[in-house]
Design a protein around this ligand. Structure first.
Ligand code: PRX
Length: 629
């Protein structure tokens, strides 16, 4: 990357950033370009294995790739024990602030101790290697302890975002056939209590496989505890079964680590499967190089553990690197719009990783709220979840980062497990571009025929080389894995995004090309919202689309056909919004619901959401030759 040749508006890293960066960019890129398996192997060698792998990649059964063949390890061992055995026993692994001002912190020693104790509790509930455990909590340390405890004993965790509601939780419990549910009584959000246990009770009425429910006391309100099924976490943790000695389950590199449900083009959310070995190597290396983790850093990824960003960059990536990770329970602007900035100052956060929707939300309150606090500890910033518009990028860079902190715009997905297209501290930045593929990855933009498009032309974003943290399959549905990701362009992983590449080889993500809607960076499927709507007695048919929104990026707009006997009233529309909130979760509530007489469909009966979107935006719908008369 020779600086002067880059086109457009470019921000170059300072000498100081360059001097200290872990990633010596050119070296890393050229090593990985020459020998991408060698690159991943050298990263894997920095971690601890009970038995070394025989081979780095097995691609004999594409697209079911396998990594670190016959290697034996355990990600939780690498997150905790390794640091306790070495020099980080007393280092803070995790510190936390509740929305109500509660504070807790865990050294690596304490986090391992509590993880072991809880792992023993799980064992005593009959949880064995390969069993599924669902975790449904707010952003509290116990969510992380529960994840690590599962990993330690080889159980597969399935974290369900605490913002999801009854039906979403029920579906995930059923599909994963979870044996145990770990839930909090509630979570604090904007000064109110989200009644998680109450939602869980409703979801559990139809979840046949759950034998035990372990309840963490966070908010303390009166809740229902079902005798013989529900037990308090704090009581169990004080029983003799909760010993702080717990042997580590030796896991094959390819053994499952977790399921995480995400929305796709059709039907219900699918469970993406990640493994102990490859996922560990991918999150370790990307976190180290992109966020340039140094020993004294305090790292804050604002994501919820219920999303992939929380899994990879709140929990696993930072802990694998022996870093200090901060989590905050509540709403960003509660009680005042400078809550985040106060905490950055108070705790001396060095690296802040968040989403464009949060940045846009803060921009609305003006610079003065940010400037009230001293943010000079910040060294690096990050962005994820959706394209960051250049205006928000510049505000983030200038007002939050004081024009000294490079912004790591990280493009990736639940499925990729780790950063795929991203800047590194040494990369010259262009606002709004994720810059280049991470070393060791071959990314391309192709047309309908699978051929690379010309510079600056829009096309499908695809990945042409396997990578260690890639999803291995869709749980219980390998055919859907092949169909959804590998069938449109044989030999290429289809991301579902469109993008263009400029004359400097920089990637610019445009957005989803399927029926996935990104609302405030959260991923929702049109189909989920539509099925929630038609589950209401008044709705015969429904279509949901995303339309641009100043803060959320996209907002959901729904079109419905009412059943005979129902009339459009303001009350009915409000009831329908509440109904979607109850079924899926508050984030899925439509911004607007329009009652229509018919919906545009293809002759085979598929709703043409693209036509609805064009109509709503007042733009040309493009090719409508398949539209029904
Ligand atoms: O459309 C892309 C968008 O988020 C999608 C993946 O969503 P999810 O699986 O929920 O994971 C989000 C966090 C990794 C992608 O297909 N996306 C994610 N990061 C970016 C982005 N779009 C543009 N720029 C990004 N940095």
């Amino acid at each position: 990357m020779t600086e002067k040749q880059l086109s457009g508006e470019v921000y170059y890293p300072s000498e100081e950033i360059l001097k200290n960066a872990n990633a010596k960019c050119q070296k890393l890129y050229s090593f990985a370009e020459k020998d991408y398996l060698g690159f991943w192997e050298s990263e894997a060698s920095n971690l601890n294995w009970f038995k070394k792998w025989d081979k780095v990649l097995d691609d004999s059964n594409k697209p079911f790739f396998q990594w670190f063949i016959n290697g034996k390890t355990n990600i939780a061992y690498n997150c905790l024990d390794v640091h306790c055995e070495n020099f980080r026993r007393n280092k803070i692994a995790l510190f936390w602030e509740g929305e109500n001002g509660d504070i807790r912190s865990f050294s690596y020693f304490a986090l391992r101790r509590d993880t072991c104790r809880f792992a023993n509790v799980l064992k005593s509930m009959g949880v064995n290697k390969g069993d599924r455990v669902t975790i449904y909590m707010g952003r509290i340390p116990e969510a992380i302890i529960a994840m690590l405890a599962c990993a330690r004993i080889g159980a597969i965790h399935s974290v369900v975002y605490g913002g999801f509601s009854v039906e979403a939780l029920h579906e995930r419990l059923e599909d994963s056939q979870s044996k145990v549910l770990i839930v909090a009584d509630g979570a604090f959000q904007r000064g109110k209590i989200v009644e998680l246990k109450k939602i869980a009770d409703e979801a559990l009425q139809r979840a046949a496989t759950v034998e035990s429910v372990l309840v963490v006391k966070r908010t303390g309100q009166e809740i229902n505890m079902e005798f013989g099924r529900d037990m308090w976490y704090h009581e169990l943790m004080h029983l003799p079964i909760a010993s702080s000695r717990c042997d580590i389950e030796v896991m094959d590199a390819e053994d499952p680590l977790f399921l995480l449900y995400t929305s796709g083009t059709t039907g219900k959310p699918k469970a993406i499967l990640h493994t102990h070995g490859g996922y560990m190597v991918g999150t370790y290396a990307t976190c180290k190089y992109v966020f340039d983790i140094h020993e004294e850093d305090r790292f804050w990824c604002t994501a919820d553990p219920g999303w992939i960003t929380g899994h990879s960059y709140v929990v696993y990536g930072p802990l694998l690197n022996g870093a200090t990770s901060f989590i905050y329970e509540g709403a960003p602007t509660y009680p005042y719009p400078n809550r985040w900035w106060q905490m950055i100052e108070k705790y001396g956060i060095n690296i802040l990783y968040t989403a464009p929707t949060a940045i846009r939300g803060f921009m609305r309150f003006g610079d003065a709220w940010v400037k009230r606090n001293n943010l000079s500890s910040l060294r690096l910033l990050g962005s994820v979840g959706e394209p960051i518009n250049p205006e928000a990028w510049k505000w983030y860079y200038k007002v939050v980062g004081g024009e000294r902190c490079p912004i790591m715009d990280t493009w990736w997905q639940t499925e990729t497990g780790m950063f795929m297209i991203t800047s590194m501290p040494c990369t010259p930045l262009k606002p709004g571009s994720g810059t280049k593929p991470f070393p060791g990855l071959q990314v391309d933009i192709v047309d309908e025929g699978g051929n690379s498009v010309n510079t600056n032309d829009e096309g499908y974003l695809v990945i042409k080389t396997p990578w260690p943290a890639m999803l291995r399959t869709i749980w219980n549905n390998p055919d859907a894995y092949v169909q959804q990701y590998w069938s449109k362009f044989p030999g290429m992983y289809m991301t579902g995004d469109s993008a263009r590449r400029d004359e400097d080889g920089y990637y610019w993500i445009i957005g989803r090309v399927d029926d996935v809607i990104k609302v405030s960076g959260y991923r929702l499927g049109s189909a989920e919202i539509e099925s929630a709507l038609v589950s209401h007695p008044s709705v015969a048919e429904a279509a949901a689309i995303g339309l641009p929104h100043e803060v959320k990026g996209n907002a959901i707009h729904a079109f419905i056909i009412l059943r005979t006997g129902y009339e459009k009233t303001d009350k009915l529309i409000e009831d329908l919004k509440q109904h979607v909130g109850h079924e899926v979760g508050p984030i899925a509530k439509p911004e607007q619901i329009e009652v229509v007489d018919s919906l545009p469909k293809t002759r085979s009966g598929k709703i043409m959401r693209r036509v609805l979107k064009a109509h709503a935006l007042g733009i040309d719908p493009g090719n409508i030759s398949t539209l029904e008369e």
